[in-house]
Write a protein that binds this ligand. Structure first.
Ligand code: C2E
Ligand code: CA
Ligand code: CA
Ligand code: CA
Length: 283
């Protein structure tokens, strides 16, 4: 048993080394990948729970790596964060997603399909955030109210006025700010009033307990409480990770406003957004 344990450790070490080498290689390859256009965006619809119509979509970046195939954001966003490449990469995602939102609007006869774009902490601290965002909106002609920037709750924990100022200015311009992964960041709930946010995105960990029925009663209570709190502060609630019809029905009954998840649609190519017949998915 000892020998096997030893082998396992050697194996684990080798694996850790391989991962470190891959991380190093991926980090170095990021700038050229951006230049060569190896990144692309998948879009996942956000659905009104009330009637199942599409509210908009979240832009989720992927890397089509020549050697490793398609890599998810968890593999490279942290690396891009650490090197600062997230700033030009994030700007590219914003520009491309906003351009796509305009295409959908034209195809839908001007209907205001919204676009959600993720912002990482480094982008929040970058002095060009407001100017870049305004420039992208003006160039595309997209109304600021059709853009929602998603900031994680943990990125705003302990945020001072200096950090919040750019978000306030964007909110004043009409851009929606969503608090992403809400509930995972252990933030001070009283702090919520200070933040220029209009949407809470409830993390998947809170909705998982409703995938099977009967639902986990504690999760039901928590979601009920968060929805009441959010609505009393005039914030909309988006739920993530809706995978089953039972879960959708329960979250809808609890008063959640919009939803996102595999039950409705997985992230995919932009042309899928308007071929989706989401009315079939109304719980
Ligand atoms: P997130 O913002 O919380 O995005 C939601 C994640 O949940 C996405 O993973 C999505 O594919 C996944 N998801 C959606 N519905 C379901 C479901 O029903 N069940 C399950 N199990 N998962 C579901 P993805 O695309 O791998 O993205 C992971 C994270 O990477 C995102 O989490 C976000 O934090 C980050 N990310 C993605 N794109 C960008 C970007 O352009 N910029 C930045 N800064 N971060 C990004
Ligand atoms: Ca997000
Ligand atoms: Ca999230
Ligand atoms: Ca999440």
């Amino acid at each position: 048993a000892k020998a096997a344990g030893g082998n396992r450790f050697e194996f684990a070490d080798a694996e850790a080394d391989a991962r470190a080498i891959t991380r190093h290689g991926l980090t170095n390859a990021l700038p050229a990948a951006l230049e060569r256009g190896e990144f692309f965006i998948e879009y996942q619809p956000l659905v009104h729970m009330r009637d199942g119509t599409v509210h908009g979509a979240e832009a989720l970046v992927r890397w089509s790596h020549p050697q490793y195939g398609v890599l998810g954001p968890d593999r490279f966003i942290p690396l891009a964060e650490r090197t600062g490449l997230i700033v030009p990469l994030g700007r590219w995602v914003l520009e491309e997603a906003v351009r796509q939102a305009r295409v959908w609007q034209h195809e839908h006869g001007g209907a205001a399909l919204r676009i959600n774009v993720n912002l990482s902490p480094t982008q929040l601290h970058h002095p060009g955030l407001v100017a870049d965002t305004v420039a992208v909106l003006e160039k595309s002609g997209l109304a600021p109210g059709a853009l929602c920037l998603e900031v994680t709750e943990s990125a705003l924990i302990g945020a001072d006025d200096e950090l919040l100022e750019p978000l306030r200015r964007l909110a004043e311009l009409g851009v929606d700010i969503a608090l992403d992964d809400f509930g995972t960041g252990y933030s001070n709930l009283a702090n919520l009033r200070r933040l220029p946010v209009s949407v809470l995105k409830l993390d998947r960990s809170f909705t998982r307990g409703m995938q099977q029925q009967p639902a986990d009663p504690v999760d039901v209570k928590i979601v009920e409480g968060i929805v009441a709190l959010a609505h009393s502060l005039e914030l909309a609630v988006t739920v993530e990770g809706v995978e089953t019809g039972a879960q959708a029905a329960q979250l809808r009954a609890l008063g959640c406003d919009t939803a996102q998840g595999w039950y409705y649609a997985r992230p995919g190519a932009p042309d899928r957004i308007h071929t989706l017949s989401l009315s079939d998915a109304v719980p």
